[in-house]
Write a protein that binds this ligand. Structure first.
Ligand code: ZN
Length: 179
């Protein structure tokens, strides 16, 4: 059996709406032409009737495309064995304190899967490792990059919940002085 042609549930109301709008626009246009060229009322009325009839007799074919179903590809992972080691920059987690090691953490670890076994990175970080390896100590350049933006956020009146007087801020400023 051939598949049934899909009809929009809105087909008929769309058709009505289309015709109503067309009549409205045509009438507006007609009135403006009539007043500009001083066309007599009876001529305008007759023309208006013609237009309305023509629009009413139009066969409007409204169809719609079914939206493609969006399937999210499983690209992220919590499994540390196959998780990318790239460091990622995210404005709401610039610098934090690791509770276990009590060290400053710059950025966060990329959540994507590694490309294949034997590599450390996802597809993107394999091509370009802008913020370095999350498991390695960041160099001064990377530290400075995160610190500068962290300080910018403090100056924006505690945006993103950064507390200018917090222990974290104190430690970040200490690092900044040492760079
Ligand atoms: Zn990655």
């Amino acid at each position: 059996m051939p598949p049934k042609k899909q009809l929009s549930p809105y087909k008929f109301s769309c058709e009505d709406l289309f015709k109503t709008l067309s009549k409205y626009q045509c009438n507006k246009l007609l009135q403006s032409v009539a007043s500009s060229y001083k066309i007599p009322d009876d001529v305008v009325l007759k023309e208006r009737e013609n237009i309305i009839n023509q629009i009413d007799n139009l066969k409007v074919n409204i169809s719609y495309k079914k939206r493609k179903e969006y399937t999210k590809k499983e690209t992220t992972t919590d499994n540390l064995d196959n998780r990318c080691c790239g460091r990622v920059y995210s404005a709401n987690n610039l610098i934090s304190i690791d509770e276990t090691t009590d060290k400053l953490v710059y950025g966060s670890r990329c959540a994507r899967k590694i490309i294949t076994h034997g590599t450390q990175y996802c597809n993107q970080h394999n091509k370009s490792l802008t913020h370095g390896n999350f498991l390695e100590k960041p160099n001064d350049y990377i530290k400075n990059h995160f610190i500068v933006d962290y300080i910018k956020q403090i100056n924006k009146d505690g945006r993103n919940g950064i507390d200018a007087k917090s222990e974290l801020t104190k430690r970040v400023l200490d690092v900044k002085r040492s760079l």
